[in-house]
Design a protein around this ligand. Structure first.
Ligand code: GDP
Length: 358
């Protein structure tokens, strides 16, 4: 499944956040695989639609979709001393589908900041610079080869042009993602450059900042077009030790409507370009993860590859129309349930029953 790799300067709260991601008991119960890999934390995507479906279909349980975060160890320890990033570290980031940078906003005189003071903008700059330098190194190695290939093979020219353009962007100090040369630039895909990955920024902030909309907007502007999430990592880890009621009290006391991990899961989904569709029956009401733009057979493949191979058609009703009708039968009678074929592009919240050959 797709993952976000957690990076950030030392002492910004990465471990604190990651502990919250891995000590998530609710998820551990339903998703045994979640604890197999020590460096992978899994967060459920909160989805109230599942409760409603479970009620309607009398389902025994609900299974939300999940997002995975990988803790990339040894983060940028040497970056500020000009030592650059280690190869293992770079290889780990390369494997992630998106980059999740944790940024310190919280003030605490007992916890030193590697660069002297708390400065989100400069932290972002530091990490960007390291990633940009790594990409420039990759390009400097690749360009002579691409030049040669383009001389003898005309079809290799677009790859060369894209690489040259990428180098210009990086030389100017911009990430390729920020310059709009992310996943949409297929000519760059073969180089697996780090800064083409989408970015998600997690601002680790105190309650004062969390309820200061002007400040939040300032931080959001700092990282656009990257996604931004605001949370207090320490509170997140405390929440997991409380029962539902006490957790709710703690959240109210800091003026937050929900745990920050919920927002993190939603943002992670958005950053990775994912969406969900829903199934429901007596066993479970479940959300399945697919990429935005996935077709009906691809969606069937999320359940089982046999479903994709044997796909015939999908019976689909939007969640809203199903709820409005009150039941599947009522939705059918009202003509809201559609038969869709293999070219159908899925929508978030489609409630689906697949027909397939096995
Ligand atoms: P890492 O080096 O990025 O993994 O940072 P840690 O998670 O180890 O956190 C460094 C220190 O900051 C620890 O003492 C944490 O308890 C503390 N810390 C983490 N998050 C917060 C926060 O939101 N507020 C405050 N005041 N302290 C925090």
């Amino acid at each position: 499944s797709l993952t976000l790799g957690i990076v950030g300067l030392p002492n910004v709260g990465k471990s604190t956040l990651f502990n919250a991601l891995t000590r998530n008991e609710a998820i551990a119960a339903n998703y045994p695989f979640a604890t197999i890999e020590p460096n992978v934390g899994v967060v459920p995507l909160p989805d109230s639609r599942l409760d409603k479906l479970a009620e309607m279909f009398d389902s025994a349980r609900t299974m939300p979709a999940t997002v995975s975060f990988v803790d990339i160890a040894g983060i940028v320890q040497g970056a500020s001393e000009g030592q650059g990033l280690g190869n293992k570290f770079l290889a780990n980031i390369r494997e992630a589908d998106a980059i999740c940078q944790v940024i310190r906003v919280f003030e605490d005189s007992d916890i030193v900041h590697v660069d002297g003071d708390v400065n989100p903008s400069s932290d972002i700059e530091t990490i960007n610079t390291e990633l940009i330098l790594a990409d420039l190194q990759t390009l400097e190695k690749a360009l002579p080869r691409l030049e040669k290939e383009a001389r003898t093979h005309k079809e290799r020219r677009p790859a060369l042009e894209a690489a040259k353009e990428a180098k210009e962007i990086l030389d100017a100090g911009q990430t390729l993602f920020a310059a709009g040369r992310g996943k949409e630039t297929p000519e760059l895909a073969e180089l697996n450059l780090l800064t083409t990955k989408p970015f998600l920024y997690v601002f680790n902030a105190d309650e004062g900042v969390l309820s200061d909309e002007a400040k939040l907007q300032e931080l959001r502007d700092l990282v656009a077009p990257g996604d931004a999430v605001f949370l207090d990592a320490k509170v997140e880890s405390e929440l997991l030790e409380l029962d539902e009621e006490s957790a709710q009290e703690l959240l109210s006391s800091i003026g937050q409507p929900e745990p920050g991990l919920n927002a993190l899961a939603r943002a992670g989904f958005h950053t990775l370009g994912l969406q969900t569709y829903l199934t429901a029956g007596p066993k479970e009401a479940r959300a399945w993860t697919i990429r935005q733009g996935a077709t009906a057979p691809e969606a069937a493949g999320a359940i089982h590859s046999d479903f994709q191979r044997g796909f015939i058609k999908a019976e689909i009703v939007s969640y809203e129309q199903l709820v409005e009708a009150g039941s599947m039968n009522a939705a059918r009678t009202a003509g809201k349930v559609r038969m869709e074929g293999k070219d159908y592009v899925m929508h978030d919240g489609d409630v689906v029953e697949f027909r397939f050959n096995v």
